[in-house]
Design a protein around this ligand. Structure first.
Ligand code: PRT
Ligand code: ZN
Length: 287
């Protein structure tokens, strides 16, 4: 196989570290010299292009890169006909309407005829359009939070994660209109079977890494007569591995539990008499 798959990754910013962590979690090795703009993985046919996140969708569209990792917000705003290959779940944020404290906000209709500053005019236009609201969109590329204070907008529509920036600028978040996470996007590779095969290998690894991250492996000792109750509790997953202990009336149980249910399961296991509960992260996992 002679071809390489080219992936565009944000050079420096909120997406960079986690994008690279996912790829290296796939066992793919590469340097980490911040000055490099392009590099080749040493043990997988993958080439990295380090670019600004705004450029990623157009680079893929133009064939400069084959796939890339961007915020869904950027992808939807730019509107290129590309495919979302995977939702990677990190860099979670929301696009929200925020207004100065003296703005009487009662819903999107309150924005009728107002000036709204945003870096996401296409997404916002779509949302206002659905509600039949017509407003003047003031497109700015940064410091959106400043625009009401300097008198160029009545409200803003901007990305929020903690909300601290809005609060610092005297703005009040009144409505979330869109939510975003990092996504892996790509163009059709049907014209290149080698690249398509590399992509499928990469996606298989990414799926295993993401699946592993959403589960924990747990082991514990349990009175034998509680095995059924524990199986019911763990539910949804394949039956746990149950091994008899030397001590009569006790077994050792090994199973996986979804991360989001972990504490709930942990507490109930204790109530059911489980002892010596050991919990470990899982590195890779498949069906
Ligand atoms: O230089 P380059 O163009 O590559 O980077 P950039 O500065 O355009 O992007 P970057 O790194 O800031 O963001 C990349 C992506 O991260 C965005 O497209 C989103 O998908 C995602 N993301 C997640 C965020 C935030 N969280 C976020 N909080 N993008 C921006 N913000 C802003 C927010 O608007 C506010 O101004 O960060 C500030 C702090 O937010 P609070 O709410 O925590 O105070
Ligand atoms: Zn950017």
């Amino acid at each position: 196989m002679s071809d390489v798959l080219r992936i565009a990754i944000q050079k420096k910013g909120r997406l960079s570290e986690k994008s690279l962590a996912i790829i290296s979690g796939c066992g793919i090795k590469f340097g980490s010299d911040e000055r490099v703009l392009k590099e080749r993985a040493t043990n997988f046919p993958l080439e990295f292009l380090y670019v600004r996140d705004d450029d990623i969708p157009s680079y893929i569209h133009d064939g400069v890169a084959d796939i890339g990792i961007v915020g869904r917000n950027e992808f939807d705003e730019q509107g290129f006909a590309l495919t979302v290959l995977r939702d990677l779940g990190f860099s979670k944020c929301r696009l929200s309407i925020a207004v100065p404290h003296d703005f009487p906000y009662l819903g999107l209709k309150s924005l009728e005829g107002k000036r709204i500053a945003t870096s996401y005019p296409n997404i916002l236009r779509g949302i206002l359009g659905e509600d039949g609201v017509s407003a003047t969109l003031v497109e700015v590329s940064g410091s959106v939070e400043l625009t009401p204070a300097v008198g160029i907008a009545d409200a803003i529509c901007d990305l929020v994660s903690t909300g601290a920036t809005l609060a610092m600028n005297g703005l009040h978040e009144v409505e979330t209109v869109y939510t975003s996470t990092a996504v892996m996007i790509g163009r059709p590779l049907t014209d290149n079977r080698d690249k398509e095969a590399i992509l499928q290998r990469l996606l298989l690894r990414i799926d295993a890494v993401m699946k592993a991250a959403s589960f924990k492996y747990i082991m514990f000792n349990l009175p034998t007569d509680r095995v059924e109750a524990v199986s019911a509790l763990i539910g949804g997953l394949k039956s746990p591995t149950v091994t008899p202990l030397l001590e009569a009336g006790w077994v050792s149980v090994q199973t996986v539990v979804a991360e989001d249910r972990f504490w709930d399961v942990f507490e109930q296991l204790k109530d059911l008499g489980a002892q010596g509960i050991l919990v470990t992260p899982i590195e890779k996992m498949t069906e």
